[in-house]
Design a binder for this molecule. Sequence first.
Ligand code: 13P
Ligand code: SF4
Length: 348
Amino acid sequence: GLSSEELDRRIAAAKERLGRDLVILGHHYQRDDVIAFADHRGDSLKLARIAAELDARYIVFCGVHFMAETADILTADEQIVVLPDLNAGCSMADMAAIEDVEVCWDLLTEQFGDTIIPVTYVNSTAAIKAFVGQRGGLVCTSSNAEKVFAYAWAQKKRILFLPDEHLGRNTGAAFGLSLSEMAVYDPQEMALAYPHGEGDPRLILWKGHCSVHQRFEPHHVHEVRRRYPGIRVLVHPECRYETVQLADACGSTEFIIRTVKQAPPGTKWAIGTEHNLVNRLAQEHPEQFILSLNERICPCLTMNRIDRPHLLWALENLVAGTPHNVIRVEPEVARWARVAIDRMLALA
Ligand code: 13P
Ligand code: SF4
């Protein structure tokens, strides 16, 4: 393998050769030594907005597969989006397969008729976004879920929310919905469940989750508060409802960063989100006290697949004029997925 210095030097050289033809986008969960090379860093919403404005020939996406798909959907046909490692998927996005969503939709429309609008978290495959777009629905991110839910409920009585049960429940609760107004659809069982008593559901949650955020539990909140009096708990809305209820604040990665930046020196934080971001915030804010809400490291394994050797390989392929790992969404899928994404972006 190459030495650390050699990796940095060759990545910088390839970037330089590609000049204005190249833009590197980096999600906040990327490794420090990768995000250092990003021209723009952001949360899912910010990166999607930036991608939509880019005119570079090559976009190298340091993030996960659904983010690169979204960038491809939002850019022109001749622009090329590259994901440095094709194994960088998202386990949550993989929890909603299009065939299973079709089965669910048939069951729901049979039961509830034309009273449902589908909404999908951006953490989903392009096929799911297209499915949603074709049925009058739209995409949301963790930054704008409340805005999107308000829009969706103005159209129909019920929302089917894919694929993150927790973001869905947390957002529903922020609107004052009771848990008994939320049903859960389990794709394994192919049935609706009412864990808090059967009612007339306003929100139907797909049973999917993020394995990283699932690991922040209510007992962690109690423990850090006991050990560090005055500590503030800041979590991502992919955390379970019971954890979010106990937290001081909850929001997207961009929100978490902004909240820490605005806090006075000496503020203590326990943060419930991916390890790379928590670690970076701790390094960038030595004037505050920052630790992970779960001190057993919580990395997103797929985000971490993007490392410098993969980034270098991707860039040197572009320099050679032979792009590899190109993410290309089928035109018909891309067209409908774009409808669902544009509905979200129009809500700005
Ligand atoms: P953000 O939209 O907050 O960046 O979150 C993306 C993600 O994958 C969280 O797990
Ligand atoms: Fe997917 Fe969770 Fe990783 Fe985000 S942190 S990319 S939701 S697996």
